[in-house]
Design a protein around this ligand. Structure first.
Ligand SMILES: Nc1nc2c(ncn2[C@@H]2O[C@H](COP(=O)(O)O)[C@@H](O)[C@H]2O)c(=O)[nH]1
Length: 257
């Protein structure tokens, strides 16, 4: 079975190398991942300049390419270059990816891209302290998240995803053990209230940072509640059909009356 592996922390991330270890016991792992950190790149696609690809040595992978593009570019490149896959995995990400804001996440967006090509997909993220989210995972223990990745990926390869589920968004608590319970959850509405902070540069001109204040109220049944309150492994089934479930007649009345 051929498995596509990408991420958004970059091909040199220890989280990706831990994922290779888990997945190589399940099939042939094809790695196509960004050459550089692409956190919060969402589903950006590089359409207005060429992208470059270079072979990279990733132990345990059948083949590995580093791309000077986004996680979504990597998925497109992999499918164009190697054909389809039995499973696509994005991660193991440094930092959780919760709520409807997974559309900000390069990790989750790569898995969503793969699922639009009909490939069952998993995005997996490990809760780590904020300062560890932008490195290559130095000193981070991926052993438990590797255990859950292998368990969930093995289940999907054996039994497939249920009808109507295109992707699983998995979040592992930083203090999880192999015995930690899995909770099937829905996406929380929000995790951040982003705003802008103004600074002044040495020439006296203003510049701005987008900063996100964390939303701390957690609703039971959501991914944020399972991870942050119950300290469980959160598995959220994602359907990429974003059409709202609404009485269309009602919408017609809203729009035309
Ligand atoms: N909507 C916002 N999301 C934010 C903010 N600050 C951080 N984030 C989260 O970052 C991750 C990036 O995911 P990755 O997989 O690309 O590393 C994502 O989960 C976002 O929720 C913020 O201010 N606003």
């Amino acid at each position: 079975m051929r498995i596509l592996l990408t991420n958004d922390d970059g091909i040199y991330s220890n989280g990706l190398r831990a994922a290779v270890k888990a997945l190589s016991e399940l099939g042939e792992v094809y790695v196509v991942a960004p050459l550089f950190q692409r956190s919060a790149s969402g589903r950006a696609m590089t359409l207005h300049r060429p992208i470059r690809a270079k072979r990279v040595d990733v132990p345990g992978a059948k083949i590995a390419y580093g791309i000077d593009g986004t996680p979504t570019d990597c998925v497109i490149f992999a499918i164009a270059r190697f054909g389809s896959f039995g499973l696509a995995v994005s991660g193991i990400n440094l930092g959780e990816n919760l709520s409807t804001e997974i559309t900000v996440s390069g990790t989750a967006s790569a898995a969503i891209e793969a699922s639009t090509h009909g490939i069952p997909s998993i995005a997996i993220s490990l809760e780590v302290e904020w300062k560890k989210t932008l490195g290559e995972g130095e000193g981070v223990d991926f052993s438990v998240s590797t255990h859950f990745l292998k368990r969930i990926a093995g289940a999907l390869l054996e039994r497939g995803l249920p009808e109507g589920v295109d992707m699983l968004n998995v979040n592992v608590p930083s203090d999880a053990t192999e015995e930690t319970e899995i909770a099937i959850t829905r996406l929380a509405r929000k995790r951040y209230s982003p705003t802008v902070e103004e600074r002044i540069d040495p020439k006296g001109n203003p510049y701005y940072w987008i900063v996100g204040k964390l939303v701390q109220d957690f609703e039971p049944g959501t991914d944020a509640y399972a991870l942050k309150v119950e300290r469980k492994v959160s598995v959220t089934p994602i359907n990429i059909d974003m059409t709202a479930r609404v009485d269309f007649e009602e919408l017609v009345r809203v729009l035309w009356v």
